[in-house]
Design a protein around this ligand. Structure first.
Ligand SMILES: Cc1cc2nc3c(=O)[nH]c(=O)nc-3n(C[C@H](O)[C@H](O)[C@H](O)COP(=O)(O)OP(=O)(O)OC[C@H]3O[C@@H](n4cnc5c(N)ncnc54)[C@H](O)[C@@H]3O)c2cc1C
Length: 219
């Protein structure tokens, strides 16, 4: 473990020095496996936030109060610790760096999109990405500054944001961001993924252009 930061309450950013690392594609994830002294193991998936050019693998984990793995990562892990990881994994929820894309995230679902935004910056193709993010409050939003710099539309559901009252992502939010030819990526809890997918379908986005990653227990 090369770095542990807690830039946002109730979450942790981990920077891992992975031996024999294979380059990842933006959108892919790693599996983190914890093993207790009695041999009990638990493993969970975590999306990569790094751009492929980053020498370290960056993960960002939201702490769920009754979560087995996220509490350990958020509360216990320190720099210098060894973590068992496997990856990169995933071939569908990836961005190729060349196709126009609309990225729609709920909460910590922004993580794979941070990798995409960073990749676009490395490639000099930030023009290809449009980003919409829904978060309870701005203080809880991971990578808020980077997302703002990327021009992301940020919707807050529990507090006003600028002149916008608290409220959920609405069709009118996505209309100016969507263009024919885009691939739409949706990431967040199962409930968010369902709602955002329905919004996109309602706008006339073909189902074949929508790729969804669910972070919830059914993920
Ligand atoms: C491909 C993929 C990528 C993912 N990337 C990330 C990531 O970048 N960052 C991140 O924080 N998480 C990510 N997740 C979710 C992560 O894998 C775990 O599900 C999450 O950390 C909870 O694990 P836990 O062991 O702490 O909780 P568990 O012990 O598994 O569950 C504790 C309780 O929380 C509920 N629960 C489980 N997961 C969630 C959830 N996501 N939201 C709400 N309730 C839940 C369970 O039903 C249970 O009641 C990803 C999931 C997938 C499938």
């Amino acid at each position: 473990m090369a770095g542990v930061r807690r830039p946002v309450p109730r979450s942790v950013q981990l920077r891992l020095d992975v031996a024999d690392r294979v380059d990842h594609l933006p959108g892919q994830h790693y599996v983190v496996r914890l093993t207790a002294p009695d041999g009990y193991t638990a493993q969970r998936s975590y999306s990569v936030a790094s751009a492929p050019g980053d020498p370290l693998v960056e993960l960002f984990v939201e702490r769920l109060d009754d979560g087995e793995v996220s509490t350990h990562l958020a509360d216990v892990v320190e720099p210098g610790d060894e973590l068992e990881v496997r990856g990169p994994i995933g071939g569908w929820f990836v961005w190729d760096g060349a196709t126009p894309a609309l990225l729609v995230a709920g909460g910590v679902g922004v993580v794979p999109f941070v990798s995409m935004v960073r990749t676009a910056a490395e490639l000099g193709r930030t023009d290809l990405l449009r980003v919409a993010v829904s978060t309870r409050t701005l203080a809880e939003l991971a990578y808020a500054d980077e997302l703002a710099a990327a021009g992301a539309l940020v919707v807050t559901t529990r507090e006003p944001h600028g002149i916008r009252p608290a409220g959920r992502l609405a069709p009118a939010d996505l209309v100016p961001l969507w263009e024919p030819g885009q691939t739409c990526y949706v990431c967040g809890s199962a409930a968010f993924a369902e709602a955002a997918s329905q919004l996109l379908l309602g706008l006339g986005v073909p189902a074949t252009s929508i790729r969804v990653e669910r972070f919830g227990p059914n993920g």
